[in-house]
Design a protein around this ligand. Structure first.
Ligand code: NAD
Length: 368
């Protein structure tokens, strides 16, 4: 089992992120040090609960941890105030109290909603993350950001509430559909681009076999987790270093919005990273052969399928959401070398316009 301590300096709530195939069968032993009150409260979405809920409950039950499984709808519909309120009511109806333990079993959606609920239920109860998507394993479950959505936009209500433990079991990925695997792969590649070129070499060697090779997949997940942990430990509240995690995301979010969310998140971020490699050559001195290698990797992992038609002006308008941003420019994460991020403040919309035209016209310089 690989263990990484997420050490939050000067705080009592540091915690372990554990990575190992089959970890779900060891949950009882991992929970014992916390002496959680019985029953445990599991939260999962309807799909994951159907696939894995009964198995996890049976393991817990056999070790003397009875549990109650609460379910949410599948997808972003779970990240709403109505669902959180309904879950809180169900917790109360089932006798939950201010020391009750929640366990989020699912992807980033379940983790975000459960973390948010845990942070406000009875002014905060402990919770554990058991991520079941690649994206949640390497990103969403780690770092304590929780959120739900409002009709005006995503993640507009949220808190920082660190879990007591994150238990990553790559075996869950065997049932994860390909499209959702890709979303997570974009984050794994991002970890490589910003911090760990060696991870990129390993991915290049594995390519199509990644999900068939559990030991190597576990190692890849572990390296990506380690990067997220390092960055969060250095900057929990996103004041400085944590911003490097936005590589590819600023433009990625603009593409998602401009496509009216027809473009899946992972592909939007991948195109954002390809554009980031291109812009890095122009503004940060990234050697063009490194940019081209990065672009090839993104393409070889199936992340750069053609973009749906969208209006470049709309993408630019989304990037510069308000007048203030238009005047001050956008902060962009760039790379001076692979693994060496630099934050460039105040990139102007006029500097970004040619990039957006190259991107939408299929002419990024990192993609021959
Ligand atoms: N808190 C953070 O720091 C952070 C970071 C990144 C993303 N997020 C959030 O994460 C969310 C996206 O997470 P996601 O991509 O995991 O989406 P998700 O949770 O919706 O899961 C994707 C789909 O996969 C299904 N699924 C999950 N695990 C499965 C498994 N093992 N087998 C089969 N199906 C499975 C789910 O039912 C769902 O349909 C977004 O809401 C985003 O805002 C949060």
């Amino acid at each position: 089992m690989r263990e990484i301590l997420l050490d939050l300096p000067g705080r009592p709530d540091s915690y372990q992120v554990l990575v190992a195939p089959g970890l779900r069968r060891r949950l009882p032993e991992l929970l014992t040090p916390f002496n959680p009150p019985r029953p445990l409260f599991l939260v999962s979405d309807q799909r994951v609960s159907g696939l894995h809920g009964a198995g996890v409950q049976a393991e817990l039950q056999a070790a003397g941890y009875p549990s109650i499984l609460l379910t949410t709808p599948v997808g972003e519909r779970a990240k709403t105030w109505a669902v959180v309120q309904r879950l809180a009511r169900e917790l109360l109806a089932r006798g939950a109290h201010r020391r009750s333990f929640l366990l989020a079993l699912g992807g980033g959606v379940v983790g975000d909603a459960t973390g948010f609920l845990a942070s406000i239920f009875m002014r905060g109860v402990p919770f554990v993350q058991v991520p079941t998507t690649l994206l949640a394993m390497v990103d969403a479950a780690i770092g304590g950001k929780t959120a739900i959505n409002l009709p005006q936009g995503k993640n507009l209500l949220g808190t920082f509430h660190q879990p007591r433990l994150v238990a990553v079991d790559p075996e869950f990925l065997q049932t994860l559909p390909q499209a959702h695997r890709r979303n997570g792969l974009a984050e794994v590649l991002k970890a490589g681009f910003i911090r760990d070129p060696e991870l990129l070499y390993r991915l290049e060697v594995l390519r199509g076999r990644l999900f068939q090779d559990l030991p190597r997949l576990t190692e890849i997940i572990y390296r990506s987790v380690a990067i997220k942990v390092q960055v969060v430990a250095a900057d929990e509240r996103e004041g400085g270093l944590r911003r490097i995690l936005n590589f590819g995301h600023t433009l990625g979010h603009a593409l998602e919005q401009a496509s009216h969310y027809r473009l899946p998140h992972g592909r939007a971020v991948a195109w954002g990273m390809a554009a980031g490699l291109d812009l890095s050559v122009h503004l940060a001195g990234l050697p063009s052969e490194e940019a081209r290698w990065g672009g090839r990797l993104l393409r070889d992992f199936g992340l750069l399928r053609p973009l749906p038609a969208m209006d470049p002006q709309r993408v630019l308008a989304t990037l510069a959401v308000d007048k203030k941003r238009q005047e001050e420019g956008v902060a962009f994460v760039l790379l001076s070398r692979l693994g060496e991020p630099v934050i460039r403040e105040g990139v102007s919309v006029s500097e970004l316009a040619p990039l957006v035209f190259r991107l939408l016209g299929g002419k990024l310089t990192c993609l021959p």
